[in-house]
Design a protein around this ligand. Structure first.
Ligand SMILES: Nc1ncnc2c1ncn2[C@@H]1O[C@H](COP(=O)(O)OP(=O)(O)OP(=O)(O)O)[C@@H](O)[C@H]1O
Ligand SMILES: O=C(O)[C@H](O)[C@@H](O)[C@H](O)[C@H](O)CO
Length: 179
């Protein structure tokens, strides 16, 4: 086992768990990081306060709003790759251009895990969720902004409608099969 292989013998991966609000990014990413002993960063915690204020008051972010946040997400990923240990970041990464910003000019070897959930299920979850800044009224703009990753992008696709434990097992099996 090399220094940063996990107990399961998996080689390190550098993952961005992506998708629209409420799709289960935090649930899946935190679970994966715990199971595999990989570093975890909640991407929402890297938003400048002005972005959180904007979303809380029902205004969608623009490309310009997201740029400094994506730069911080990129910095975090770059440090994980340099350190060489497995890492998982949550980040909506809605557009292809945002995913390119996350990879950066150096082309970080990151992989995206896209969690896809139906609009009806998302609306239901966001309506029921308490204590989170993101209002359900922003769901249409999240869905309209999403550019689903193409087959030419490094993406693993999972369903957000299965139980999170099932999604975790699928992902771990995927990495085991690859290694
Ligand atoms: N697979 C699932 N099945 C049912 N409920 C889920 C599932 N995954 C997450 N949830 C629930 O849906 C809500 C949103 O999940 P979570 O916070 O993980 O999503 P998110 O994509 O990180 O959202 P945001 O980007 O808005 O922070 C939470 O209340 C969570 O408990
Ligand atoms: O790009 C964006 O519009 C934002 O990152 C949002 O997706 C939220 O931060 C997140 O989903 C929390 O609800």
């Amino acid at each position: 086992m090399t220094e940063y292989e996990t107990q399961m013998g998996l080689k390190p991966h550098f993952l961005v768990v992506m998708g629209v609000s409420g799709t289960g990014k935090t649930t899946v990413a935190a679970g994966l990081a715990t199971r595999l002993g990989w570093h975890f960063q909640e991407g929402d915690a890297l938003h400048p306060p002005a972005n959180v204020e904007k979303m809380s008051t029902g205004q969608p972010l623009t490309d310009a709003d997201r740029a400094p946040w994506l730069a911080l997400c990129h910095d975090w990923l770059r440090k994980q790759v340099q350190a060489g240990h497995g890492a998982v970041l949550t980040c909506s990464a809605l557009k292809r251009s945002y995913r390119e910003q996350l990879r950066g000019e150096e082309g970080l070897p990151i992989e995206f895990v896209h969690i896809d959930t139906s609009a009806a299920e998302l609306a239901d979850r966001l309506q029921r969720r308490e204590g989170h800044f993101m209002p359900v009224s922003l769901l249409p703009s999240q869905l309209a902004t999403l550019e689903v990753p193409g087959d030419d992008e490094p993406v693993i696709r999972v369903s957000g409608e299965k139980h999170p434990d099932v999604v975790l097992e699928e992902l771990i099996r995927h990495f085991q099969a690859e290694d």
